[in-house]
Each structure stands twice: as C-alpha cells, then as structure tokens.
Write a protein that binds this ligand. Structure first.
Ligand code: GAR
Length: 217
C-alpha cells in the first residue's frame, strides 16, 4: 500500500531504511545523529546491492539489520526493483534514504515510495547530474561545487531540492581533495534534511518540497 504523504505518526520515531552501494559514510552520519538524539528517528535497516559494501559493516556494528540484495541475481531492472520494493516495505519505512546507492530506480519503485524517498547527489544540482561530478567540475573550471539532498521523483537527479551545501573549488584541487570536502558537507546536510523530515517539518506536496509550511525553491 502506498503511504500517504507525511502521514506517519510523528509521536513515534521515524523509521528509516537506508540504501547503499559502498562505503556508507553518509549512512554513518545519519546513524550518528540518530544515536546522539539530534534526529528523532531510527535506522531500521540498511540494504546494499553490493555484498562487499563497507556500509553493511557499519550497520552491523551499530546493531542495525544489514542485508544485501545483489542486482546481478536478477534478470531485469524491473525484477530487481520489485524484489527491492518488497524487501524495503517489509521494514515499514517512513523514509527511504538513498546514500550512495548507485542504481537507477524504476518508475514503479519511485512511485511506491513517493514523498518518502530522498537522495544525496555530489553536485549542486541542476549542475552535473550523473557520474564523475567532481572530475567534471574541475575540468570545467567551476569555481563552486557541492552536494544536494533532494526528494526523488521520476526525473533522474532532478527531484525537488531540500538543501545544498557549497564548497569552493581551489586551483590545485584534485578529484580526491574536492570529493573529500564535498563529503564533509554531505555529512552535515543529509542529517539536517533527515531531521527536518523526521520531525514532521518537511514534506513533498505536488512535487514541491515544503519546509515549515513554505515551499523550498
Ligand atoms: C556520496 O558522495 C553521494 O553523494 C554519492 O555517492 C557517495 C557515497 O558516499 N551519490 C551518488 O553519486 C548518487 N548519484 P558514501 O558511501 O561514503 O556515503
């Protein structure tokens, strides 16, 4: 059943399922803020499509259920996304947070979790959707770069923006040095967005992100 927008009982703690494919440093930031009480929420499961993802270890160390659903075991994107939908829904999430989940999700998956699906992307969207964002920003001579947390809609890397974090691009920046600074900013803005959602201040309405009753645009 599709959950109505922002209909979860905020008296209860927001249940978060985090989807990852790799290191999981953003996952860690969210876990840490939940544990510190800065976010009134609980990460109830972490699911990776890659067995070796270090984020699964982070989850287990935090006492969170950690599962792998390997996309290579499915004959199509649709079949994988159907299985993923069932698995995620089993945890009754109020919020599904994509944190370095490197798969394009099918329209059916996005529809199923509409209004409760968030992503972090390593650029100042609408600049640099897709991959290799740091390399492309340096190659273009961009003076500013950063990260964006947004609600996920049918348009890839283009859903309504919730919050962005900016960093200056230095003349001698390498892809590595720039990505390190962007990660630092990600670890601040993703927990902030999750906190707003979990405290009932943030919702998606008619494809517009609303914070404290005002559209974020
Ligand atoms: C983050 O930089 C995130 O913005 C990016 O993957 C990295 C995951 O890092 N996401 C995307 O590129 C999605 N298009 P982490 O595993 O250390 O959180």
């Amino acid at each position: 059943m599709v959950q109505a927008l922002s209909s979860y009982n905020i008296e209860a703690r927001c249940r978060i399922v985090v989807l990852i494919s790799g290191n999981g440093s953003n996952l860690q930031a969210i876990i840490d803020h939940c544990n510190d009480g800065e976010i009134s929420a609980e990460v109830v499961a972490v699911i990776s499509n890659v067995q070796s993802a270090f984020g699964l270890t982070r989850a287990r160390l935090a006492g969170i259920e950690a599962l792998c659903l390997n996309h290579q075991g499915f004959i199509s994107r649709t079949a994988f996304d159907e299985a993923l939908t069932t698995l995620v829904e089993d945890f009754r999430p109020d919020l599904v947070a994509l944190a370095g989940f490197m798969r394009i999700l099918s329209p059916a998956f996005v529809n199923q979790f509409a209004g409760r699906l968030m992503n972090i992307h390593p650029s100042l969207l609408p600049h640099y959707p897709g991959l290799d964002t740091h390399r492309r920003a340096i190659a273009d001579g961009a003076r500013e770069h950063g990260a964006t947390v947004h609600f996920v809609t049918q348009d890839l890397d283009a859903g309504p923006v919730i919050i962005q974090g900016r960093v200056k691009v230095c003349e001698n920046d390498s892809e590595h040095s720039l990505s390190t600074r962007v990660h630092e900013i990600e670890h601040r803005i993703y927990p902030q967005a999750v906190h707003w959602f979990a405290s009932g201040r943030l919702r998606l309405e008619d494809d517009v992100a609303i914070l404290d009753g005002e559209p974020l645009a």
